[in-house]
Structures are given as C-alpha cells and as structure tokens.
Design a binder for this molecule. Structure first.
Ligand SMILES: [Zn+2]
Length: 135
C-alpha cells in the first residue's frame, strides 16, 4: 500500500490511525463538593480528532434545548398558554424542535457527514503527508 500523493509506504487504515492517536487514562480527582471520584478519560491528537467519526446527536440535542428555552418564554409570556408549564407540553415541543433541527442539519451537512464517516470506516491515512483517501 502506497500514498497516492507522496508515494510513502507508512500508510495505515484511518481507524488504526485514530486508535493510535487516542490515549486513554484513568485519573482520581476531588470535586468541588469534596467528593472523591475516579474517571476514565481519553486524550486525542489533532489528527485523531479530525479523522474520528462524527456524531452530531448530542450537539443537536443541546442546540434544540437552546432554541426551546426562549420559545417557551415567548409562548408563555405573550399568549398565556399554560401548555408549556406542563412537562409533557415542554417535552412534546422539544421533540418537535429536535426533529426539525435534525432535518435541517441533515439537509445542510448530511452528505458531508456520510462522506466523513465512510472515510473513517474504509479509508487510509498517510503518516508522512497527512493525506487521507478511499482505496
Ligand atoms: Zn503521503
């Protein structure tokens, strides 16, 4: 296997390049409230960061929440609707917002995301020039 750009033979699958650029560590810490805790973390190199598969779900869920909060205040304030005071009403609207945000995100970034994740699963990476490609 050879790099198509520089001809170097130091080529690896992207999955292996990400794994070798990720270092797991275990740490012991004390929280602000004085509790002792043990945590497992992962530190990734910039290369591993940029190549690893992307999952926007958590980001979209947070974004939907950020959008929901002012909407809730506007609806409750201007129409006096009590629907959003109930947990069910809030969750229902949150779900609708999440679906809408997901559809919009997919329309804008979906193809790019698929290509990126496909590259992660099947692609190769050159350690000399940093090129990644599909064989
Ligand atoms: Zn190369």
């Amino acid at each position: 296997m050879q790099c198509p750009k520089c001809g170097n033979h130091n080529v690896q699958t992207i999955q292996m390049a990400v794994a070798s650029g990720t270092h797991k560590f275990t740490g012991i810490g004390v929280t602000l409230s004085g509790n002792l805790g043990v945590g497992i973390g992962a530190q990734q190199s910039a290369v591993a960061q940029s190549l690893k598969p992307k999952d926007p779900m958590r980001f979209l869920a947070f974004l939907s929440f950020l959008i929901m909060v002012p909407i809730t205040f506007i609806i409750n304030g201007s129409f006096g609707i009590q629907l959003l005071d109930s947990t069910f009403g809030f969750l229902f609207l949150y779900l609708l917002t999440f679906l809408a945000v997901g559809l919009i995100y997919n329309a804008i970034r979906g193809k790019e995301l698929d290509q990126h994740n496909d590259l992660y699963h099947r692609g190769l990476f050159c350690h000399l020039c940093g090129t990644s490609w599909l064989p």
